[in-house]
Write a protein that binds this ligand. Sequence first.
Ligand code: SAH
Length: 246
Amino acid sequence: MKKQSTPEKHVFHVDGSRIAGDQVAFPDAEAQHLSRVLRLVPGDIVRVVDGDGGLYRVRLDAVTRNGALGKIMEALPSPAEPLVRCTVAVGLLKHAGRYETMLEKVTELGAVRIVPLLSERCERSEVKESRSHGILVAAMKQCGAARLPRLDASTRLDRFLDEPVVGLRLVCHESGSDRRPLADVLREYGSGDVTVLVGPEGGFTEAELSRTRAAGYVPVSLGARRLRTETAAIAAVSIILNMTGR
Ligand code: SAH
């Protein structure tokens, strides 16, 4: 027997391209979850996020084993987002699971863009795109947000450094006397966009570090200990977003 449910607590991700006017066409994976796992039926009310700030109350109109359609009943206020747009570019790791943990956590924290970086000491060259997308969607839903970060394809460090960047540029470095504590640099900066680089397991090479400096990246320290890449990325995004406003 179907348990009495409160479906509105269920949140589904539907890309804006599948929302036309007030009509919502759930993608296959969400439709299957909705019908087979949650056993929702036409008339049930759910929430839909579009990953671009849109949040809606939606009434299910048609639910089959493979598809679901709904109608937007109400557009809800967009959940609050960090004031600062933080991009984090992180060296790829051999251990895919650790990289995925990083993707999940920086999404929860509110990074707007994640760039998997290819540098000399990387031992892997790509992230699994559909798996990573699923991790970002789950993390967004989990923390009640309505915006997905943009996840770039793997990008060579040199190529990334060629990009024009607005705002503060930081490179996390675990040693070296020219580093400044991240908090000190942020205190002087106030608020604005921030881009932060984190090296792979083996770190950046000296040559890479001098290229980052030449491109205007300030070397910063996250404390006395040498952290794992994913820990450094999560710590950096957390400190940046906490010190630069909401
Ligand atoms: N080169 C090191 C380890 C690199 S740690 C070695 O193998 O000995 C991986 C990345 O995490 C570094 O490139 C850096 O970006 C970041 N990181 C780790 N600990 C850090 C710290 N205390 N401060 C700033 N960045 C750190």
